[in-house]
Design a protein around this ligand. Structure first.
Ligand code: SF4
Length: 708
């Protein structure tokens, strides 16, 4: 391989979009601008970058939208005024103190992001749980991976992804369900494509109600009816059992629950399951045969399973297929959840959700709470889980929550039932928005705006989908008075009078986080910024200083983190609790991403090249449905649900099933018009355990727009 030319000003970093975690090399040009290229030495991407990653530098070179100084206002009717950092943080601290004293610690909350660095997650989690005394911290990872977190915990005892990307080249069967990695995790998917191209016997099964680019290499596409994933997985499980392709040694010695599972999956015939799922019986048999015959079997999934009112059951039904076939803890086998965001995993490691404690400790365990509280030296940790993402906005609406601090996310566009979120922020007594850009619509509701540093303007770490921790260098200074997010939170904590937030640098925060992981299952005691700078990236656990590249695979000893050390096979119900279609709202709406945009477009929307792929939002609809409604390609369509309306042009496509329509999730308010926003109409039902919203299923009506 040709050696990559490095200059003295070249620094390594990690792409800050999806959870694949590709390595990049950053160059500071003479004029101060940044250029980048894929890092050929990085084990994840070996130099390759997708359309978003290759254009990442444009998002920081274009500073036209950057927030440059703190701003605040005393009334929502007044314009924002420029203030200095002390004024902004003094006032915010005074307001938070007043609410905490008057209404208790649970009257305030932080809503953060899977794009925050681990150090940022760590300090904000420490502040609210360890000092303010509330567990009201949640992040947009709740909208992304929380069903997978619960699935892993219930099956393995902890939230632990067992596999590594290098298992891809060792597998001979892939079951890709509720995911379109060809668009949303492109560099990882290219590895699957290359592996299949070199080994034509490798089988790829794709499960999706839509025909996506991922299907282009599929040996089998199961175009199931939305919401029927559990039924399908159970039917495949049944056939695997009938075919005798189960791993009896694994089931007997390393797993529990097979009997109940087996009884459950035999309650429904494959023919009955096929009708419910809208696929053929033969295809279910074929999928089971592919999985049953595999030597290495990897299940990949993301939002199609997670973002569901039965997301946990979907996850468990999928993990069951790995467990009954013993495809775990060995090369080329295991479940691999594809993390949507770049550092959702890092957030989970530090306990940055309302029901988690650092290093996978259990909030319900008094000894764990005591251990963390003693380590932090603040207040006792509240035993009750805090508010989750959707619950925060409900609590603002009914007045239980008075103040919310929003970091690095744009809930007005990204949360389900966006009108309710708007109402909530209007009613909130105090809203702080910590942001890099003046674009996100949420800023309109802020009382205080805090300018944050962007990627490449701060240092820290992130963890990708395969437990790989990467170090991100700081290459340039943030513009104006913008500060790194961790610095903002630490300054605020000090304004509240708390000790333990005077870190010299991000390395010191990381070192503290590392200490808290000692003797846990994610132990990274051997890891420091020094090791990360030298190696760039390692996989946890990393218990000793000389642990090389870390731990590529978990459960190789077949010992799981449950009390019995056995994995748990769960016999989960397949009853769908989503909002079902009826006469008034006869279509099922599913939402998702497009290839070249990221979240609510505050970064990717700045890049002209990326805006060429799709220049505006659209409704994907089947030709038969469109014909019946008199809708032609490009006609403006009105999509309504019980919660609101979206109005976008129709894209007529055979790639979607009849009775199902699709909207991309990226667009928000454009020039004051919010009719492109998919979340005007999505449902805010959530999974009862993971509390992840049901973005992939709600009932809508579609009509053709007629000029009055
Ligand atoms: Fe970035 Fe993901 Fe693309 Fe890699 S695959 S370059 S991490 S967006």
């Amino acid at each position: 391989m040709q050696k990559q030319k490095r200059t003295t000003s070249q620094l390594s970093s990690t792409c800050c979009y999806c959870g694949v975690g590709c390595g990049v090399l950053l160059n500071k040009e003479k004029n101060g601008s940044v250029s980048l290229e894929g890092d050929k030495d990085h084990p994840v991407n070996k130099g390759a970058l997708c359309s978003k990653g290759i254009n990442l530098h444009h998002t920081i070179n274009d500073k036209s939208d950057r927030l440059l100084y703190p701003q605040m206002r005393y009334s929502r009717n007044m314009p924002m005024q420029r203030v200095n950092w002390d004024e902004a943080l003094d006032r915010t601290a005074a307001v938070f103190k007043t609410f905490i004293e008057k209404y208790g610690p649970d009257s305030v909350a932080f809503y953060a992001s899977g794009q925050c660095l681990t150090e940022e997650y760590y300090v904000v989690n420490k502040l609210i749980k360890g000092f303010i005394g509330s567990n009201n911290i949640d992040t947009n990872s709740r909208l992304c991976m929380s069903s997978a977190v619960v699935g892993y915990k219930m099956a393995f005892g902890e939230d632990s992804v067992p596999v590594c990307y290098d298992d891809i080249e060792l597998a001979d069967c892939f079951y890709v369900t509720g995911a379109n990695p060809a668009w949303c995790h492109p560099i990882l998917w290219r590895r699957v494509e290359a592996h299949k191209a070199a080994n034509p016997d490798v089988k790829v099964i794709v499960v999706d109600p839509r025909v996506t680019d991922t299907c282009s290499i599929a040996d089998l596409h199961l175009q199931l009816n939305p919401g029927t994933d559990v039924t399908l997985n159970h039917a495949i499980g049944r056939v695997i059992i009938e075919n005798g392709d189960i791993d009896i040694d694994f089931i007997t010695n390393h797993a529990e629950g097979f009997e109940a599972y087996s009884k459950l999956v035999f309650e429904r015939t494959v023919a009955e399951a096929a009708v419910i799922c809208g696929v053929s019986e033969a295809d279910i048999l074929l999928a089971a045969q592919y999985i049953g015959n595999a030597k290495g079997y990897i299940a990949m999934w993301t939002m199609g399973l997670n973002q569901s009112a039965i997301g946990v059951n979907k996850n468990l039904s999928l993990i069951n297929l790995n467990l009954i076939t013993g495809h775990i803890g060995k090369p080329g086998s295991g479940p691999l959840s594809l993390t949507g965001q770049p550092n959702a995993m890092g957030g989970r490691e530090v306990g940055g959700l309302s029901n988690l404690l650092p290093a996978h400790r259990d909030m319900a365990n008094p000894a764990h709470r005591e251990e963390v509280a003693r380590f932090w030296g603040g207040t006792a940790i509240n035993p009750n889980p805090g508010l989750t993402a959707t619950e925060m906005f409900e609590a603002l609406n009914d007045g239980r929550l008075k103040a919310i601090w929003i970091m690095c996310t744009n809930p007005i566009t990204s949360m389900p039932n966006a009108r309710l979120v708007e109402e909530a922020l209007k009613k909130a007594k105090f809203v702080v928005v910590q942001e890099i850009s003046n674009k996100p619509e949420t800023l309109a509701f802020a009382d205080v705006i805090l300018p944050a540093a962007a990627w490449a303007e701060k240092e820290g770490t992130m963890t990708n989908s395969e437990r790989r921790i990467s170090y991100l260098n700081k290459l340039i200074d943030p513009p104006g008075e913008a500060l790194a997010d961790a610095e903002i939170i630490c300054r605020f904590a000090r304004k509240l009078g708390y000790k333990g937030f005077d870190y010299e640098n991000p390395a010191a925060i990381y070192a503290e986080h590392v200490k808290l992981t000692a003797k846990t299952n994610i132990d990274i005691s051997g890891l420091s910024y020094g090791v990360l700078k030298e190696r760039k990236t390692v996989q946890w656990p990393y218990k000793k200083k000389n642990a090389g590249a870390g731990t590529p695979r978990l459960f190789t000893d077949k010992k799981f983190y449950t009390p019995t050390q056995k994995a748990k096979i769960h016999a989960v119900a397949d009853t769908l609790t989503s909002e079902l279609p009826d006469n008034d709202f006869p279509f099922i709406l599913t939402t998702g991403r497009i290839r070249d945009q990221w979240h609510t477009m505050s970064k990717t929307g700045k890049v002209n090249k990326l805006n060429q792929h799709y220049q505006q939002s659209f409704l994907e609809i089947n030709p038969a449905d469109a014909g019946r409604l008199g809708i032609k390609e490009g006609d403006v369509s009105i999509i309504t649900s019980k919660r609101g309306t979206v109005q976008v042009k129709a894209k007529i496509s055979n790639q979607i099933k009849q009775g199902v329509v699709f909207l991309p999730m990226h667009w928000g308010k454009i020039l004051g018009n919010d009719l492109n926003r998919a979340n005007n109409i999505t449902s805010d039902r959530v999974d009862p355990i993971s509390k992840e919203p049901d973005f992939k299923f709600c009932a809508v009506n579609v009509t053709r727009f007629k000029k009055p």
